[in-house]
Design a protein around this ligand. Sequence first.
Ligand SMILES: *Cc1c(COP(=O)(O)O)cnc(C)c1O
Length: 387
Amino acid sequence: MAQDFIYLDYAASTPVDPRVAECMRDCRESGYANPSSNHIAGRVSRANIERAAEQLAALLNVDPATLIWTSGATESDNLGIAGAARFRSHRGKHLVTLLTEHKAVTDVFRMLEKQGFEVTWLKPEDDGRLDPAAFAAALRKDTQLASIMYVNNEMGVMQDIEAIGSICREHDVLFHVDAAQAVGKVPIDLQALPVDLLSLTAHKFYGPKGIGALYIADRPGCHVEPILFGGGQQQRIRPGTLPADLIAGLGLAAEIAQPRIDTDHDHLKNLRRRLWAGIQGIEGVLVNGNIESGFPGILNVSVEDVEGESLLLELEPICVATGSACNSKSQEPSYVLRALGRSDLLAQSAIRFSMGRPTTEHEVELAARRYREAVARLRDLATAAAP
Ligand SMILES: *Cc1c(COP(=O)(O)O)cnc(C)c1O
């Protein structure tokens, strides 16, 4: 299929793997029955869902019974955070999170603040990373839940989930992780990682949009109150008719991802190195985040004296993001970059390049050249317009 654009926005969404698309088509043809129905056709749908649960469980090294299907990471974040905070509210109402979380996390905490919970908003270091010691210092006797993301969607910054989770365990604090950008891309072993609740979404790892999951550890004190009410599916934790075709697609996407995590990672590392090599010579350009420790599928750069929206227009037909896709409708500089101490101007110039499995060296080299040219042109225009 000919494309008249170069897609470098894989952190916003990924294309559906053709094998996943085929699996979902088959599933729609044979497994359209309601999986809750007690007849043969319903059993077919149920079997598709059970297989997907096993595929996802294998990727995360968990028991399939710990996985709750949702409509995506937004819902998983909402259910995991609000559900756990409410479940534990009789013990205490203090919660901890990071200023640079996705809106699907920060806005749940803002809602909980209005409902009488108290939230500590941690500020990361200038490179986006949270110092585990600073995290530990924020915990109190009445802290019940913390939520820290795995891979940041704007900058690719990776948090030390193991260290932060261990601190949570020591203090009997439930630990939620938004892993939407990590699942299927970095190895996650939930038998080894001290994580209680984990959110994921299929469309960030070559599965369909509109389906995700929340992992809920099978541990005492780890439970969520539902935020939706209805037909009693999924132990009443998340009722509603399950979309067997989407779930089967998520399952297959997980199965496809598992054996290739390392090769995908190497591929992305090579691409990011080439991309950065092509733009690091520009005067006044700097990386948002940490290029050594960050997830290699994302490179976020700011540049002095250039405005992001104009850059985005100049870069066409290269599809990149200013800030994050979710915030790009507003002209506000990214709240994530502002939290790192970037000035409004530098935050406003930020461009996020995000690469994926289909990305080629040619594409990133072309993107780097277009970026260099765009910055030069915008600077020329600004000089010409100056009095
Ligand atoms: C994409 C994303 C979400 C939202 O996922 P949806 O499936 O679109 O609801 C939440 N958190 C992070 C970190 C994301 O990257």
